[in-house]
Write a new protein. Structure first.
Length: 179
């Protein structure tokens, strides 16, 4: 059984092909993966904090996350190479579409004074979105969390350029700012 957004993409794929002027249906861009990432600077002094953050990211994404480690030692930050300092998870398939639907329809409208997400892409057809407070997700329990944190959500597409990627995200009703 396909998710609602996945079915919406399949239904709009032919129209998207015509809009983008592509000759083959296989050239139509699609979302390949979504990466959720957060850094925890308090993890240098307290590893318990990182475990709590990992549990919450697991609930938000619906999948187990991994702890990310420092690549270099930085004495000014009391950071050693190989120390766990963040959490990351890569979503594909059904979980990716479920998370995207939750992000677009539930989390983003809960953001305070929400005017839409920026339209800026990375130049290679991928979209990065920063969320300052993860309390907008329904899985986060206010009593469990010591403090609000942010996260980076990176949506990777198979699009060749930014215009195609934006058209793809428009088919999913991504709430872009009106220009």
């Amino acid at each position: 059984m396909k998710t609602r957004l996945e079915q919406q993409y399949l239904d709009n794929r032919v129209q998207l092909q015509k809009d983008l002027g592509l000759s083959n249906i296989m050239q139509v861009p699609r979302i390949s993966k979504i990466v959720i990432n957060t850094g925890v600077k308090e993890a240098v002094g307290n590893s318990k904090t990182l475990t709590q953050v990992k549990d919450i990211i697991d609930k938000i994404s619906g999948q187990y996350s991994v702890k990310t480690k420092a690549r270099k030692s930085i004495a000014g930050f009391k950071l050693r190479e190989g120390m766990a300092i963040g959490v990351s998870v890569t979503l594909r398939g059904r979980r990716m579409y479920n998370f995207l639907e939750k992000l677009i329809n539930i989390a983003l409208p809960c953001v305070r004074d929400f005017q839409g997400v920026p339209t800026k892409m990375d130049g290679a057809g991928n979209y990065n979105l920063g969320i300052r407070d993860w309390m907008v997700f329904p899985e986060v329990d206010y009593d469990m969390v010591e403090r609000a944190r942010g996260m980076n959500i990176s949506i990777h597409t198979t699009a060749d350029n930014d215009e195609h990627a934006k058209a793809l995200l428009d088919t999913f009703n991504m709430p872009f700012k009106k220009s």
